[in-house]
Design a protein around this ligand. Structure first.
Ligand code: CP3
Length: 354
């Protein structure tokens, strides 16, 4: 067995249905993975996390490897998503923050002035050695299943840093964006450098694709997205362009931003469930693969309805350059894991009639 993570990469790129679909090549079956496939829907996750705070678990190599593997073993998904969080690189450079159960990321000293930017120094490889060790271990253990690395996009991370926690209307974030545009661009530039480096380190350690999560970009009008966000998301994706791995870009409620999210340098655009997949494909044009987009709450519906809707998503996906099946956002914690396993089985055995 080789210890060079990249030695197996060319092989994976041609054999993995997930990587083939990302690149617009015909896969042997429609590939599927789920955002938040690792997490509270799995009893084995709840068991291993017992008594260990979320952020601590993200810096423990053995736990990251085990938790990332859990949904791959259980559901047979076509890709693993690295177990971490979008705020992990910020924690790694010393930002005082925590992930509060039931709430999400909470920042002790929200950033609202120029002087505070100094706390956002560059991410260095030594800051995340336990994490890159986990990537290397995972690539060995995953074998023919590719690993997706990820980062939070500048707007979504800025929202946590400026608000100090989750926000419904992103009021303070936009107040800074509109009122202090120089500080805003400096802040997003710092975050873009950190996110880009976090992605780079994951790929250099062996991840075969990356996803940039701009979960809260749907709060922006297209014009504000162009002015305040687009150059910074583009900088993150551009900074990993030389690594030659598929770049997936996803946000929630981003129907009106889809073409822009493709234009910032994505190979694959994630689509939430509010936009019919065929509409999304028309908007994106022939050069983008798509990922999505079953409503996560459909997993609480009767199995025959889940399968009917999943078939509709697969059929709609055929019009795209490539299609990776996913939910339109993350798995809800109350989801029955067996419903996810059944859905994977259905997708893998669904007859391709095209
Ligand atoms: O399977 C996976 O996708 C695993 C890795 C993953 C996590 N967070 C683990 C996690 C990923 C890709 C994320 C990304 C993330 N984190 C995003 C972008 C994706 C999205 O869902 O839109 C965002 C916005 C965050 C910030 C964050 N972290 C939130 C909103 C929460 C939930 C708070 C809660 O308790 O409901 C977290 C915590 C978090 N991140 C958990 C997990 C498994 C739950 C922690 C726990 O088990 O207590």
């Amino acid at each position: 067995m080789t210890t060079d993570a990249h030695a197996t990469a060319p092989d994976l790129a041609t054999t993995s249905p997930f990587l083939r679909a990302c690149r617009g090549l015909e896969p042997s079956h429609t590939p599927v993975w789920f955002m938040r496939q690792a997490g509270r829907s799995l009893p084995e996750y709840l068991a291993i996390r017992e008594g260990v705070p979320m952020l601590e678990s993200c810096f423990r190599t053995d736990m990251v490897v085990e938790i990332t593997m859990q949904p791959v073993r259980r559901h047979g998904v076509d890709a693993a998503i690295f177990f971490s969080d979008i705020v992990v690189p910020l924690k790694a450079i010393g930002v005082d923050l925590d992930i509060v159960p039931g709430t999400g990321p909470v920042v002790a000293d929200p950033i609202r002035s120029e002087g505070q930017l100094a706390s956002l120094r560059d991410l260095e490889p030594d800051d995340v050695t336990s994490i890159t060790d986990a990537v290397r271990g995972l690539v060995q253990e995953l074998g023919s299943t590719p690993l997706i690395g990820f980062a939070g996009a500048p707007f979504t991370l800025a929202s946590y840093l400026v608000e100090g926690g989750p926000s419904r209307d992103h009021r303070r974030t936009k107040e800074l964006m509109y009122g202090q545009p120089d500080l805003w661009h400096a802040l997003l530039g710092r975050i873009a450098a950190i996110a880009g480096q976090f992605l780079r380190l994951q790929v250099e350690a062996g991840a075969s694709a990356i996803q940039l999560f701009d979960s809260w970009a749907g709060a922006l009008s297209p014009a504000d997205y162009d002015t305040y966000v687009r150059p910074h998301s583009a900088a993150v994706l551009e900074s990993v362009a030389d690594l030659d791995v598929p770049r997936i870009h996803f946000g929630v409620g981003t129907g009106e931003l889809l073409t822009r999210m493709g234009d910032v340098g994505a190979d694959v655009v994630g689509v939430d469930w509010r936009v019919p997949l065929d509409d999304a494909i028309r908007r994106l044009g022939p050069d983008k693969a798509v990922q999505g987009n079953l409503d996560p709450t459909l997993l609480f519906a009767p199995t025959d309805l889940v399968h009917r809707r999943a078939a509709e998503v697969i059929e709609a996906g055929r019009a795209a350059k490539g299609h990776v099946f996913n939910l339109g956002h993350g798995v809800l914690p109350a989801t029955d894991p067996d419903a996810l396993t059944r859905l994977v089985e259905f997708i893998h055995t669904y007859e391709r009639t095209a």
